[in-house]
Design a binder for this molecule. Structure first.
Ligand code: NI
Length: 137
């Protein structure tokens, strides 16, 4: 059967601060500039979750997008939306919440719920012009 990629878009708002605890505020400002603001700042994150696999002969689906919608809601939106990522999300207690690291965390959280015969790709927009993608390696 042909392989097709299905996509689901989602959204969350979250605050973060980019910094390393082991660096001074000066060094953090040098590297992360205003993103190291000690009082945090927010982003409107746009998330695209993509699944690639063969079309199921019975259903005609690659993956039920209703199930994917619920999975993104329970695993990502409920954990990240309107949260301070540094303070309230355990995955970022010791991990700088850059878009890169957030995309890997999202991948890991979703991967365990999706059959390994499907390829998973995460695309995460931190701003309309800045975005990252991660496919597991
Ligand atoms: Ni930022």
């Amino acid at each position: 059967m042909p392989k097709v990629t299905v996509h689901r878009k989602a959204h969350f708002n979250a605050a973060h601060r980019l910094y390393r605890k082991d660096w001074s505020d000066t060094k953090n400002f040098e590297v992360f500039n205003k993103c190291s603001n000690p009082n945090f700042h927010g982003h409107n994150y746009e998330l695209i979750v993509s699944l690639t696999g063969e079309i199921n002969k019975e259903t005609g689906y690659v993956f039920d997008l209703g199930i994917l919608k619920d999975l993104i809601k329970s695993e990502i939106e409920e954990c990240f939306d309107h949260k301070n990522l540094n303070i309230e999300v355990k995955e970022f207690q010791d991990l700088n919440p850059t878009a890169e690291n957030i995309s890997v965390v999202i991948y890991d959280k979703l991967r365990k719920h999706i059959s390994t015969h499907l390829d998973l790709k995460i695309t995460l927009y931190e701003t309309p012009r800045n975005f990252v993608s991660f496919s597991g390696s």
